[in-house]
Write a protein that binds this ligand. Structure first.
Ligand SMILES: C[S@@+](CC[C@H](N)C(=O)[O-])C[C@H]1O[C@@H](n2cnc3c(N)ncnc32)[C@H](O)[C@@H]1O
Length: 236
């Protein structure tokens, strides 16, 4: 079955070109959480055009990228070896092949969180890190969004259906992209159930570079979530 991300290469490239927030916020946060070590081998799950791979390789580490979008994979190939894959399926990786793994802005596009974390736990050696950067769950909740108090113009955040799993569909070029929403607890528990030990969590507000006029100067509203885990010693 063909999925929407197979047709979104052009849209995603345009998003990156139009948004300095990625280079200023997402990439540095991911690198900080992953803390890549020279000589170590990492898996980039959902590598896109390979821009995170490039930054990790620059630290002296090696990276294998995987993605389902062949157009983006062709670009990522310039940064290191790549594999066509359909997450959460990581059956093609032998156990403990990697010293660590990461995924930048990918998890919110996957339906099956449990299989994703379990597959990565198989692929990474004991003690190895997993770093994720995702759109903050407060931001992905269906029916959430900014509301302006008409009396004084103050901007508030409407929670929407934050506490339930759900999804939203956003326009993406000529197509659409689906964001799966899970409350923070669901994300953290799914990782714990798969044997990932939480090390660090970072929450970031709306960047000053936002293109949304309603959210300009609303740095107190959560926008990004970053998490670092390590693969627990116990075999789950
Ligand atoms: C928002 S882009 C992020 C790309 C890259 N990680 C980055 O930070 O530039 C999401 C990426 O996840 C990939 N993706 C989405 N669903 C996937 C799936 N089921 N299996 C593999 N890749 C997937 C898309 O093709 C796309 O490259």
């Amino acid at each position: 079955m063909r999925t929407e991300w197979e047709d979104l290469a052009e849209w995603w490239q345009q998003e990156l070109a139009d948004d300095s927030g990625y280079a200023e916020e997402v990439l540095p946060l991911l690198l900080d959480l992953l803390d890549p070590r020279p000589g170590n081998r990492y898996l980039d799950a959902g590598c896109g055009d390979g821009r995170v791979m490039r930054a990790v390789v620059e630290t002296g580490a090696t990276v294998i990228g995987c993605d389902l979008n062949l157009e983006l994979l062709r670009l990522a190939k310039a940064e290191g070896p790549v594999v066509g894959c359909r997450l959460p399926n990581l059956d093609w990786i032998r156990p403990a092949t990697f010293d660590g793994a990461y995924a930048s802005l990918v998890v919110e596009h996957l339906v099956d969180l449990a299989s994703f974390f379990a597959g990565l736990a198989e692929a990474v050696r004991f003690g190895g890190p997993l770093a994720l950067v995702v759109n903050h769950p407060l931001f992905t909740a269906p029916e959430s969004g900014p509301v302006v108090d008409p009396t004084d113009g103050e901007v508030f955040w409407r929670w929407g259906t934050y506490l339930e799993d759900g999804y939203t569909e956003e326009p993406a070029g000529a197509g659409r992209v689906t964001f799966y929403h899970r409350p923070l607890a669901t994300l953290l528990n799914a990782a714990a159930d798969a044997g990932w030990s939480l090390e660090r969590t970072v929450e970031r507000g709306v960047p000053t570079t936002t293109r949304d006029p309603l959210l300009a100067s609303q740095g107190h509203i959560p926008r990004l979530l970053g998490v670092r885990w390590t693969r627990g010693e116990e075999d789950f």
